[in-house]
Design a protein around this ligand. Structure first.
Ligand code: AMP
Length: 124
């Protein structure tokens, strides 16, 4: 399956510095910033800097260094928010494609925390 990356998506523009963001963490291969429309007291998006459409694209095509860096960045953000380990917890999710209701076609994981999240899925 071929993945087509649109470099005009809003996160690509953030990575190029064309649109501002509220950065939480930056690493060699990842950027974490606050979601502009937070769904919880804490809502941070973590994205790889490389041109990956969605999680499976990244998991299959990214280098080991990118995967390690991105995964560690998620852990560091959770730690910085104080919600991991002995904290109150969080939800980590990544939407993909039409059925996943992905709005921005650049891989991002949402880290949401600071309130009880309810059940994982609600009826469509
Ligand atoms: P998704 O449906 O998983 O693609 O979610 C995209 C997320 O990106 C939504 O939660 C939006 O609120 C968020 N978003 C869109 N534009 C921006 C932006 N400029 N800065 C931060 N978050 C954004």
């Amino acid at each position: 399956m071929a993945y087509t990356y649109d470099d005009q998506n809003i996160f690509a523009k953030i990575l190029r510095g064309e649109i501002p963001n509220t950065t939480v963490l930056e690493t060699d291969h990842a950027l974490a910033f606050r979601d502009i429309n937070a769904q919880a007291p804490e809502h941070v998006l973590v994205i790889p800097k490389g041109p990956y459409v969605c999680y499976d694209h990244f998991a299959l095509a990214a280098s080991d260094a990118e995967i390690v860096d991105f995964t560690r960045a998620i852990g560091q953000v959770v730690q910085a928010l104080g919600v991991g380990a002995d904290g109150d917890g969080y939800r980590l999710l990544s939407n993909a494609g039409k059925d996943g209701v992905q709005e921005v076609p650049h891989l991002h994981v949402h880290i949401v925390a600071g309130r009880h999240m309810g059940r994982m899925l609600s009826p469509a």
